[in-house]
Design a protein around this ligand. Structure first.
Ligand SMILES: Nc1ncnc2c1ncn2[C@@H]1O[C@H](COP(=O)(O)OP(=O)(O)OP(=O)(O)O)[C@@H](O)[C@H]1O
Ligand SMILES: [Mg+2]
Length: 407
């Protein structure tokens, strides 16, 4: 009798032998909805905020055939922690379906350990990576996005990441005194996704492409470990160019991959122009070719056209390459990072109105063929020039800028 009274009080309804089962079922449903409401409250919008989020999906642990002893004892503990405080918000995003599919496969199917996404400034590397990680981050136990512009000292970077991993472990095992591990040990122990944007901030100005600044050399060994050691994580490096050391790896190595990003296709560019109220452009291909499908440059051109209210067709038939001020600033910033000899070679290439081969370039340059080759390689790695067979050429918008300005 007392039992029924206590149950009735606790459940807030009269409970007897006849309705006991249904009352307990109602209790279960009510508890579930409370938990669900709590979970929904805990989950947060992915925007520019720092948060720890419980994974909405269980981590998809790799069925890897890992052989390294360091990770053979890892039981892939359940741990779900994210830090997106340095990840930019995604603006309007068109197309890139093929790129997203390829990157998805490289990361989830091929279990690629290190991917570099490279391409000229404004081509859409960061945007693509933001879109990508929003699709795949639930396959990882922990996920962090860092902007390397904020970590031009490896020690700061290392400490920040170690703190993140300790926080992850404390969330899952609050009573254990976790030891700080080396970064690579964390990559081995957990399946982590680490995105490092703006890798170019680690390199020196005024040196050929890819030379590390002081205080940044240790990044080189961290990246090499990330590429060479067996682990279950994925590092995505985003920058104008891949670090120099990656040229040493065989192109067919499945665990390391460079993903050079090219411009957007005509449908995506048409949509961008439509956003600026510009429609029915004839010769859109010509325009895309001038700016190499670069969404940043084309948005800047669309903005200028919208402001000036000029007729696109008139401009295109006159072969005009518009250089809005913000586009010039972007190109000048890239030029400011070059060596004096790289600038000279840009000027030489700009004087030509067609692709030039190495031999005719060496006749006009004061540099030896060997030096010239290094300079051209560096400019190519910065995505400022293109090479087809033995011929080198400037991208059209850069040619126009170099001709007009005193670089
Ligand atoms: N797929 C896309 N659809 C529409 N707009 C895009 C797309 N990708 C990029 N953009 C736009 O292009 C501009 C440049 O993109 P983003 O910042 O991703 O380039 P980036 O390659 O990372 O440049 P940087 O090297 O200077 O960091 C942004 O305004 C972005 O919104
Ligand atoms: Mg970027």
């Amino acid at each position: 009798m007392e039992l029924w009274q206590t149950l009735s009080q606790e459940l807030g309804e009269k409970v007897s032998k006849s309705n006991f089962r249904s009352a307990i079922q109602r209790l279960q449903i009510s508890l579930f909805s409370q938990n669900f409401a709590q979970i929904t409250q805990d989950s947060v919008n992915i925007s520019n905020i720092n948060f720890c989020e419980k994974a909405r999906h269980p981590p998809d642990l790799p069925n890897s055939n890992l052989t390294n002893e360091n990770i053979s004892n890892s039981k892939s503990p359940k741990i779900s922690h994210q830090d997106l405080s340095e990840m930019p918000d995604l603006d309007l995003f068109y197309n890139r379906n093929n790129e997203l599919e390829n990157l998805n496969n490289l990361i989830l199917e091929n279990k690629c350990r290190l991917i570099t996404i490279t391409g000229i400034s404004g081509i859409g590397k960061t945007s693509l990576a933001v879109k990508l990680v929003s699709e795949i981050n639930h396959h990882f136990q922990s996920f962090i996005w860092l902007n390397l512009a904020n970590y031009q000292n490896f020690t700061d970077f290392k400490e920040h990441l170690q703190e993140f991993f300790l926080e992850s472990e404390n969330l899952n095992f609050p009573n254990n005194n976790q030891k700080v591990l080396s970064l690579t040990k964390y990559l081995q122990k957990y399946r982590c996704l680490i995105v490092l944007d703006n890798v170019n901030y680690l390199f020196c100005k005024g040196e050929l492409a890819g030379k590390y600044q002081n205080h940044c050399e240790e990044y080189c060994s961290f990246f090499q470990d990330g590429a060479k050691l067996v682990h279950q994580s994925c590092l995505i490096l985003i920058g104008g160019k891949a670090p120099r050391e990656f040229t040493q790896f065989k192109p067919k190595n499945n665990y390391i991959c460079n993903f050079p990003l090219t411009g957007l296709d005509i449908d995506a560019i048409r949509l961008i122009f439509k956003d600026y109220g510009i429609e029915n452009i004839n010769n859109l291909e010509t325009l895309i070719n001038y700016y190499q499908g670069n969404p940043l440059y084309l948005k800047s051109v669309a903005n200028l056209i919208q402001e000036l209210d000029v007729n696109m067709t008139d401009l295109l038939t006159k072969d005009v390459i518009l250089l809005p001020e913000d586009l010039k600033d972007n190109l000048q910033q890239q030029i400011n990072r070059l060596t004096a000899i790289e600038k000279q070679v840009l000027k030489l290439l700009a004087q030509e109105n067609k692709p030039v081969n190495l031999l005719s370039l060496s006749e006009k340059s004061q540099n030896s063929v060997g030096d010239l080759l290094n300079i051209l390689t560096s400019l190519k790695r910065r995505c400022l020039i293109e090479q087809k067979d033995n011929f080198y050429d400037l991208i059209p918008v850069l040619r126009e800028y170099v001709k007009q300005s005193n670089i």
